[in-house]
Ligand binder design. Structure first.
Ligand code: SF4
Length: 238
């Protein structure tokens, strides 16, 4: 990938400014997935792979969270039935396997509860650091940075990392983002990534943190269309 020019030194102060401005720009930033417990968040995150948060919320609120309340509920249902219930989220066969294996391990190793440590969470089938950190940060209130596609792209463009590997990006971000802001930082970058710093043609011309961003390929403002004179008048005529 293209190396960013911004030095690592000073990133902590720059991050503070980025957070302050993004809080003003996206006061509604939050985790888009709906859940009411660590367990529901775990299931929602498994369903969210290659699927929009809106579709996951639709499926979980209308059926899945009403029908399945505990890990045992997911384990004892025939796979074909669970597949049919989660089918709208896509990749439903693999997701069914992940959910049933994960729930089986929750029962066998953790008394049916979602554990609240990184090591225990990543020991669950289908749970990587991103999912584990999102659960720790949002459901357990711990400082944690879950590097999803938006965090990956924005932290590169903002010159906060030169890596492409999410684990290395997490390691770069963790020391420069204040602990008490880490979860909020993730939500802010996710919202900014959806609304402004989109993957193709980021809207740099209307970005509130453009002067803090070293991205070398900023998108210029669209060219102004020439103002057509009113009918019957020559240009400049009043
Ligand atoms: S200036 Fe452009 S590349 Fe940088 S954060 Fe803003 S939208 Fe993204």
């Amino acid at each position: 990938m293209r190396a960013t020019a911004h030095p690592r030194t000073g990133n902590a102060e720059r991050v503070q400014s980025i957070i302050a401005r993004l809080k003003r720009a996206h006061p509604d930033a939050r985790l888009a997935l709906q859940y009411s417990s660590p367990f529901e968040l775990l299931i929602a995150l498994i369903l969210a792979a290659q699927c929009t948060d809106e579709k996951v919320n639709e499926v979980t609120s209308s059926l899945v969270f009403k029908k399945y309340g505990t890990p045992a509920d997911y384990v004892r249902v025939p796979a074909a039935e669970l597949e049919a219930d989660i089918r709208p989220t896509g990749f439903y066969r693999n997701k069914t396997k992940s959910i049933q294996r994960c729930c089986q391990q929750l029962i066998e190793c953790f008394g049916g509860q979602v554990p609240g440590t990184l090591d225990a969470l990543v020991s669950l089938p289908g749970v990587g650091r991103k999912t584990a950190n999102i659960i720790l940060g949002n459901a357990f209130g711990q400082p944690a940075i879950g590097v999803d596609t938006h965090l990956l792209r924005l932290s590169q463009r903002l010159g906060l990392t030169r890596h492409t590997d999410p684990d290395k990006i997490e390691a770069d971000l963790t020391p420069v983002v204040p602990k008490k802001e880490q979860v909020r930082f993730c939500h802010l970058l996710q919202f900014h990534g959806r609304r402004v710093c989109v993957a193709r043609k980021p809207k740099c011309y209307s970005c509130t943190i453009a002067d803090l961003c070293p991205y070398p390929e900023k998108t210029p403002a669209p060219a102004q269309r020439p103002v057509r004179p009113a009918f019957g008048r020559k240009p400049g005529e009043r």
